[in-house]
Design a protein around this ligand. Structure first.
Ligand SMILES: Cc1cc2nc3c(=O)[nH]c(=O)nc-3n(C[C@H](O)[C@H](O)[C@H](O)COP(=O)(O)OP(=O)(O)OC[C@H]3O[C@@H](n4cnc5c(N)ncnc54)[C@H](O)[C@@H]3O)c2cc1C
Length: 503
């Protein structure tokens, strides 16, 4: 057995910051035609005010340019037509953000905060003409504090920038890595982003130690800091994490850093059936082996992706693969961990194991894995993002199989099996919603919640899961969340009709 373990491997998508994607094919929310904002005079008054705050170069108002700011990666979340009248404003400093919010609050103008626009739940998609507050210019890494193992940065720093910065650093790194490196720190915080490395490192919530926040009223507050312990009252840092841009605008953040491991590699292990592949995951974790990532990949799906790219999926035997990304301090540890994983998988019915030996092989696997979604994009009706306890994944997948038969639906799955978050794709030949889609997806969400799971693990509620919230929370629970929103945003101007407060 030969190993080639010299570099870090991750599913990576790098892309232009604001690359408009997809065409408008449906209207998700009814156009809301209220609108004094639409009157030219009002529009130009707001534009003048914004220019006064950030300068002429940083206000965008032409419908053509605005178009790329009113969508994210969510096919089904489409801004209604009047949203082409939105204004994009790009502040550079916290003080500018504060001035924008003070003005918007006093005039009751809706504001939608926009980070990298890589969200998968339509949270950045406006529902009416609004100020789109883009954090793209707030992109400075302010301090890397080696002793405290923290980075202090502005909210608009992209994941790509962060990764590049820590490539230069010999000993520290930031571990969270959702698949699109265009995501920004602020977006990752309020979405509580996860990604493949969550098996070992958890999600954003585990690493955010302090925040600077501009409230919807324009006031500025600071929470936490370079602290490991802080027990002073309600924890507003954690309230902001996962708030989907509805409670305030994150302008700066303290993030925890970790020592780098320099020996990385990957394993692809094949099974004849889903059950055996999924069953082995908790067995490996129980042995104290915590790979950086454990991904579940259905063969048919990966072969389609490989085909699309003109590549060949390297595994031939079996029908399902587990993809392990390993990252250890010493090369010997890497060998030992790999052998233990292969051994445990073989005991559990693995029919083949492949160690990606060359950089080319590893890149090919990653490329095919990352292309899974794009390869079926035009046929995707929905990408589900539920999470169930790791020990219940097989019950969940049995349920999915039963429902796909009941509804005659094709539901391939892949994703983060190491943390219970397998993504199920509902696919039709041409991507149109089948008549029974609502019933099917409702049954899937009920299945997940019934197993102690959640309707969304990392993509958030945004504009596409609102109607399902009641499956998971009681009326009282939802009421408390609504009250919290009111305290932060009494005029309901920030990201309205988004996430948890949309009911
Ligand atoms: C190919 C691909 C793979 C992905 N893989 C993963 C994955 O594995 N795991 C995962 O968790 N996610 C994944 N995502 C989703 C996405 O990358 C994350 O949700 C990310 O955290 C969004 O960050 P963003 O800056 O793009 O936020 P946006 O899409 O710009 O915004 C998302 C929400 O955050 C709010 N927001 C943005 N910045 C701020 C701020 N400074 N203050 C307050 N609110 C703000 C917005 O108003 C909106 O409500 C993936 C996306 C793509 C396209």
């Amino acid at each position: 057995m030969f190993f080639y373990f010299n570099f870090m491997v991750e599913p990576i998508i790098q892309r232009d910051k604001y690359n408009p994607k997809g065409k408008i094919s449906a209207i998700m929310v009814e156009p809301i035609i209220n609108i004094k904002f639409k009157e030219d005079q009002m529009n130009s008054k707001i534009i003048d005010k914004m220019i006064g705050i950030v300068g002429e170069d940083w206000v965008v108002s032409s419908a053509k340019e605005v178009e790329s700011y009113i969508k994210d990666e969510t096919e089904e979340a489409i801004a209604p037509e009047p949203c082409y009248d939105c204004i994009v404003v790009k502040p550079r400093t916290t003080e500018e953000v504060s001035k924008i919010m003070k003005y918007a609050n006093s005039e009751k103008i809706t504001v939608v905060v926009r980070g990298g626009g890589t969200g998968c739940a339509g949270a950045v998609v406006p529902v009416k003409p609004s100020i789109i507050l883009s954090t793209e210019r707030m992109n400075q890494i302010l301090e890397i504090d080696d002793n405290n193992m923290m980075v202090y940065c502005e909210a608009g720093v992209t994941l790509f920038d962060l990764e590049e910065e820590f490539k230069k650093h010999d000993s520290l790194f930031f571990p969270v890595h959702p698949g699109d490196e265009g995501a920004q720190v602020g977006g990752m915080i309020v979405q509580n982003a996860g990604g493949v490395r969550a098996v070992r490192h958890g999600v954003m919530r585990n690493h955010v130690k302090g925040l600077e926040i501009v409230l919807p009223t324009g006031e500025i507050i600071k929470t936490g800091g370079k602290l490991i312990k802080d027990n002073t009252g309600y924890d507003l840092t954690h309230l902001m994490i996962g708030s989907e841009g509805t409670l305030g605008i994150v302008t700066k953040a303290y993030l925890k850093l970790y020592p780098k491991s320099s020996n990385s590699g990957s394993l692809l292990i094949s099974f004849d059936d889903k059950k055996s592949a999924i069953e082995v995951v908790p067995k490996i974790l129980k042995k104290g082996i915590t790979p950086l990532a454990i991904e579940y990949l259905e063969r048919q799906f990966m072969e389609k992706s490989a085909d699309d790219l003109g590549l060949k999926w390297p595994a031939e035997k079996g029908k399902v693969d587990l993809y392990f990304i390993l990252d250890e301090k010493k090369q010997d540890d890497l060998y030992e961990v790999s052998e233990k994983i292969v051994e445990e998988c073989e005991k559990n019915g693995a029919v083949d194991s492949l160690i990606a030996e060359t950089y080319k092989e590893q890149r090919a696997i990653l490329e095919i894995r990352s292309h899974g979604y794009p390869s079926v994009q035009s046929q995707v009706v929905d990408i589900l993002d539920v999470c169930v306890p790791i020990g219940s994944i097989n019950d969940y997948m049995d349920g999915i199989e039963m429902l796909s038969k009941k509804y005659n639906a094709y539901i391939p799955s892949f994703g983060h099996v190491g943390d219970g978050n397998i993504h199920n794709f509902i696919i039709t030949e041409d991507g149109t919603k089948p008549e029974n889609y609502e019933d099917l997806s409702e049954e899937i969400f009920k299945l997940a919640v019934g197993l102690g799971g959640t309707i969304t693990a990392e993509h958030g509620v945004g504009k596409i899961r609102n109607s399902r919230l009641k499956l998971q929370y009681t009326d009282k629970h939802l009421d408390i969340l609504r009250q919290i929103k009111k305290v932060f945003d009494p005029e309901d101007i920030l990201n309205p009709e988004t996430g948890i407060t949309s009911l």
